[in-house]
Design a binder for this molecule. Structure first.
Ligand SMILES: Cc1cc2nc3c(=O)[nH]c(=O)nc-3n(C[C@H](O)[C@H](O)[C@H](O)COP(=O)(O)O)c2cc1C
Ligand code: SF4
Ligand code: FES
Length: 642
């Protein structure tokens, strides 16, 4: 008997919750084939694409797929929608109704920034504090807002930090009651917050934008999904893998793992149930390329996921998107509905013999959800804490099944290669690099945005030709090739090529293509602190090296930005920092803790004199640290004791 943790449960379509008995593998012997009777709660999944739900109902009236815990977010979202937060009595009711221990519900609800356990104020203003916004006046904006609302009651308004909102090209960005506003001034933010306090409904602006034509699109105005159409006929799965291998396609989510190897691993797994997951969590400061791709090339993303399903034998795909990308969720939902209507998704796609269903899962929030195993935990309805690896998701992934997880940009490369050929792909890059690359350029540049460039171009080209150079014509001081995880490189290295190998050799990484630019007024120690603080705030806390190490590192850098550290103490700090960095890199469970030391290590390598002046002479050459405002700002940040 096949062992599956996955069950289709038939129930009355109008009934949204209930309980059902079915058989599941015995917990103590997960690989054994004997089963035990298990009671599970059943709650309708929230389908982001409503027609997807309709489609399911059409095929299986009243049927919903249910999973232990997977439904918890729907319940929590529903409660929060009704009350504005999660009242204790409601959580107790949910616990009773679903026979899930209250502590389990609480542990999930308290993990994700999307959920509020106490009533929020009428206007909750959250100012993005990360790299690109920090470089564009976020601290000043926050200080100004605090002055403007200095006499307000906390029930009316509260002002807090928030991690990167994915609008780094329109910094500074803020959210007010979970609606995002970009390029904001304090006066504008005050106006919106005051209308929220009055009880007016506030709306997030979605400027109408024509789709931007991209070189990466093999279809242009012609009929789309040509690769899938051919593949359903030819069933040439091995050929797809051979082409991806020949193209040397690597993952675009950060790690650069060969895509053909990942797909091949999943394809070889004997389990009949497999999944395809698209990682569209995109929460690292400066990273905005996937937002652009989902807006302008949604069909290529969906086609890439369908191809992954066909090749690996997965019948179900989940597109995991950060919840701040409402517009992209709508665009993709519409495209998914179109695909269902035209037989590209669903049962026996395009009249062939294979099925592929696709749904959207909106993330409950947090940078750590982008780590692939944490993302799987989130879909399963748990706290997004990364799993120990191995086993890798390709072997044991979502609901313990083999799972392909790729980044948005990786998926869109697949139809490009298959439609135009390996040779075309190989010639798109320069200097021996392959393919096209979407990069976000933000920070102190004249025209921040997302640009499509040949892989291998000098980073100078992205900053100066595409993004219009440093704002105000000021000299370039430094840049991060890919957000905080790449560390900072000095202006003298701006000709480094945008390429996996070239950037690794430069002591950095291609990462997710999030170029953040710093002009000559920037304090690099302040930027290192900003990045370390991001990791400290976003650490899930599961492992000690990262949880304690990131806090310790942040504490140390705060001290350095405040001066008065004796030379002997500075030397001790430096050697402790090295020890700490090594311990974090070697022993943290996931990439977050492993990479957290990169920003300060890169600043010590390239801007050591600037750090020395801070610590030994009590001076900030850029006039940013040591000010009363800097101290006051630090005092308000979680966990830092100035
Ligand atoms: C803390 C952390 C956050 C991450 N966030 C993302 C993300 O938002 N998007 C993404 O594609 N990969 C992210 N990754 C990398 C994923 O774990 C995974 O390697 C990637 O989705 C695999 O896809 P690829 O092979 O196509 O690159 C993150 C990794 C870590 C450690
Ligand atoms: S390294 Fe940090 S984010 Fe990753 S599992 Fe450990 S505590 Fe969590
Ligand atoms: S939106 Fe502020 S850094 Fe990304």
């Amino acid at each position: 008997m096949p062992v599956s943790l996955f069950a289709y449960i038939v129930c009355d379509a109008t009934k949204s919750t209930g309980r059902v008995a079915f058989f599941a593998p015995r917990r103590e012997k997960p690989n054994a084939c004997y089963l035990q009777r298990t009671c599970l709660s059943v709650v309708c999944r929230r389908f982001s694409a409503p027609l997807r739900a309709a489609h399911l109902l059409e095929n299986m009236p009243g049927a919903f797929c249910a999973k232990r815990g997977a439904v918890i977010f729907d319940d929590l979202r529903a409660i929060q929608l009704r009350y504005g937060f999660l009242p204790k009595a409601e959580l107790e009711g949910l616990s009773k109704r679903t026979q899930t221990p209250l502590y389990q519900i609480h542990s999930v609800a308290s993990f994700y920034p999307h959920f509020h356990l106490v009533p929020p104020p009428k206007a909750e203003i959250r100012v993005c504090a990360d790299m690109s916004c920090h470089l564009n006046g976020a601290c000043e904006l926050r200080a100004d807002l605090e002055r403007r609302f200095g006499n307000s009651h906390p029930d009316d308004v509260q002002i807090r930090d928030v991690s990167c909102l994915g609008r780094c090209d329109h910094a500074p960005a803020i959210s007010i009651n979970d609606h995002i506003f970009t390029d904001v001034t304090a006066a504008h933010a005050e106006q919106i917050a005051r209308s929220a306090i009055r009880g007016d409904t506030i709306h997030e602006p979605h400027p109408e934008q024509a789709r931007i034509a991209c070189k990466a699109d093999p279809y242009g105005e012609n009929e789309k999904y040509g690769v899938v159409r051919k593949l359903v006929q030819s069933k040439a799965w091995d050929d797809v893998l051979a082409q991806l291998r020949a193209a040397e396609l690597k993952g675009m989510g950060g790690a650069g793992f060969p895509t053909s190897m990942k797909w091949d691993l999943v394809r070889k797994q004997p389990d009949p149930v497999k999944y395809v997951v698209c990682n569209a969590d995109e929460s690292e400061p400066g990273t905005i390329k996937d937002r652009f791709i989902m807006t302008n090339l949604p069909h290529l993303l969906i086609e890439g996921m369908i191809i992954a399903g066909l090749v690996t034998g997965a019948r179900r795909g989940i597109l995991y998107i950060r919840h701040e990308y409402h517009l992209q969720e709508e665009i993709l939902g519409e495209e998914i509905r179109r695909c269902y209507r035209s037989g590209l998704l669903g049962k026996k796609i395009l009249g062939g013999s294979l099925d592929f269903d696709l749904e959207i899962f909106a993330s409950p929030g947090g940078y750590i959800c982008g780590e692939e195993s944490a993302l799987i935990e989130a879909i399963e309805g748990h706290r997004a804490e990364p799993r120990n690896k191995p086993p890798f998701p390709g072997q044991i992934g979502l609901w313990q099944k083999p799972t392909v997880i790729n980044n948005v940009e990786t998926f869109i490369n697949v139809p490009q290669i298959l439609a135009r050929g390996v040779e075309w792909f190989a010639t798109q890059g320069v200097g021996g690099s392959r393919g096209l690359k979407f990069v976000g350029v933000s920070g102190q540049v004249a025209r921040p945005g997302i640009f499509e460039v040949p892989m291998g171009v000098p980073i100078r080209d992205a900053i100066f030709n595409h993004a219009g150079g440093v704002r105000g014509g000021r000299p370039l001081k430094a840049f991060a090739p890919s957000g905080p995880s790449s560390g900072y490189l000095p202006a003298s290295m701006v000709d480094v090529r945008l390429d996996f190998k070239a950037l690794a050799e430069a002591g950095s990484m291609l990462g997710s293509g999030a170029i953040v630019v710093c002009d000559d007024t920037t304090c690099m120690l302040d930027m290192a602190l900003n990045a370390v603080r991001f990791y400290r705030n976003e650490s899930c806390g599961k492992c000690v090296p990262c949880r304690a190490g990131s806090q310790k590192m942040a504490d140390m850098l705060v001290r350095w930005t405040q001066g008065g550290v004796p030379e002997s103490q500075y030397r001790a700090d430096l050697s402790l920092l090295d020890e700490l960095s090594q311990a974090m890199s070697l022993t943290s469970i996931c990439g977050l803790g492993q990479i957290a030391p990169a920003p300060i290590q890169s600043v010590l390598k390239h801007f050591r004199a600037e750090v020395d002046v801070h610590v030994l002479q009590g001076q900030c050459p850029s006039g940013i640290c040591f000010t009363a405002a800097a101290r006051a700002g630090e005092a308000q940040r979680v966990g830092i004791r100035p």
